[in-house]
Design a protein around this ligand. Structure first.
Ligand code: UDP
Ligand code: MG
Length: 321
């Protein structure tokens, strides 16, 4: 009756050949401690998801898997981005694991927070958010943009945990329900609060990346931010409508003004105001079209219902031979 829960540590990896040989054994040691401490079952595993890396990440994973049964790996058929890599790991593990913890591969998330996460699980939480309690290791730019983003999300009515990224414990009970969320556009940190169940947060200090470079350039960061907003909030579309109404109201006033000018015989001096208004209205219309287009694009992708991940190889397949 007293069976310990089986843990899957989900580690997405994209071009991390310099990082994995260092962090892999760290995860292993942590898992070993948890098993020795009788907190999780000895069937627990570390699941690396190679997100279509172009370097030797997959070979590193295969090598690790040959060293210990605690290591396992999935290889995605191509790069699909961090969110989809984590999703693949979660969905592939939920059948055999009772709890999953997703964590970055680069050593930035403090592995010691796992003990607290598991303690919170024992205390009854089905989702435990890892929340960083400082941003000292971030650049000023990353710090301010990240903060602005959380504020914006909040303002747009998207429920998300402040300063929580993707370091998170989730039970299979939640994943079972989460799998019913059919959307193709993934923004995991904003979706888990929607599943419900009892949740809590644990705090940790985020470290520097152990080696290599961030795989989240500004382009990917902006993409994630857009994804998060347009996947989970329809407020921007409502703003467009309100903006349109305001503009219509304004132009009504402007028409009256034009009439007054016309009847007082002052019509020649209108070029500057005309040009200004023209460009203003053009700008507003293009922005509005863009926002609507963003949602139409989302609908297009959702309707296609493409698979969110495709696994091309597994380390288990190799060991069985
Ligand atoms: N990652 C991924 N696919 C991608 C980009 C990143 O699986 O397309 C992984 C990466 O290997 C790392 C995690 O996502 O384990 C977070 O990425 P990174 O550390 O580069 O982001 P940052 O910490 O700079 O935000
Ligand atoms: Mg990182």
């Amino acid at each position: 009756m007293n069976k310990k829960p089986t843990l899957a540590i989900i580690v997405p990896c994209y071009n991390e050949e310099t990082v994995l040989p260092v962090t892999g054994p760290q995860f292993h040691e942590k898992l070993n401690d948890l098993i020795q401490g009788n907190l999780v079952s000895k069937d627990s595993k570390i699941v690396f998801i190679d997100d279509g890396s172009r370097d030797s990440t997959w070979e590193v994973i295969v090598d690790l898997a040959s060293l210990s049964p605690y290591y396992s790996g999935l290889r995605q058929s191509r790069n699909r981005g961090h969110q989809n890599a984590v999703y693949a790991g979660l969905m592939e593990s939920k059948e055999w694991a009772d709890i999953t913890i997703s964590i970055d591969s680069d050593g930035q998330d403090d592995i010691n927070a796992m003990d607290e996460m598991i303690a919170a699980y024992y205390a009854g939480s089905d989702i435990v958010y890892g929340v960083r309690n400082d941003r000292e290791t971030d650049t000023f730019f990353k710090k301010t943009t990240a903060q602005a983003f959380y504020k914006l999300m909040d303002w747009l009515g998207v429920e998300s945990v402040y300063n929580h990224a993707d370091y998170r414990l989730v039970s299979s009970k939640v994943l079972e329900k989460f799998a019913e969320f059919d959307e193709v556009n993934l923004f995991l940190r904003g979706m888990f609060p929607l599943v419900g169940f009892q949740s809590t947060s644990v705090y940790y200090k985020r470290n520097e990346r152990i080696a290599g470079e961030s795989k989240y350039p500004l382009r990917k960061m902006l993409h994630l931010a857009f994804e998060g907003i347009t996947s989970l909030s329809i407020k921007p579309i409502r703003f467009v409508t309100i903006l349109g109404l305001l503009m219509a109201f304004m132009s009504f006033a402007i028409i009256i003004w034009i009439f007054v000018r016309f009847f007082t015989g002052n019509t020649v001096s209108g070029w500057a105001s005309n040009a200004t208004l023209l460009s203003l209205f053009c700008g507003v219309q293009l922005i509005s079209l863009g926002i609507i287009g963003e949602y139409v694009g989302k609908i297009y992708l959702e309707v296609k219902h493409r698979p969110k991940y495709i696994i091309s190889e597994r380390t288990e397949d190799r060991t069985i031979v």
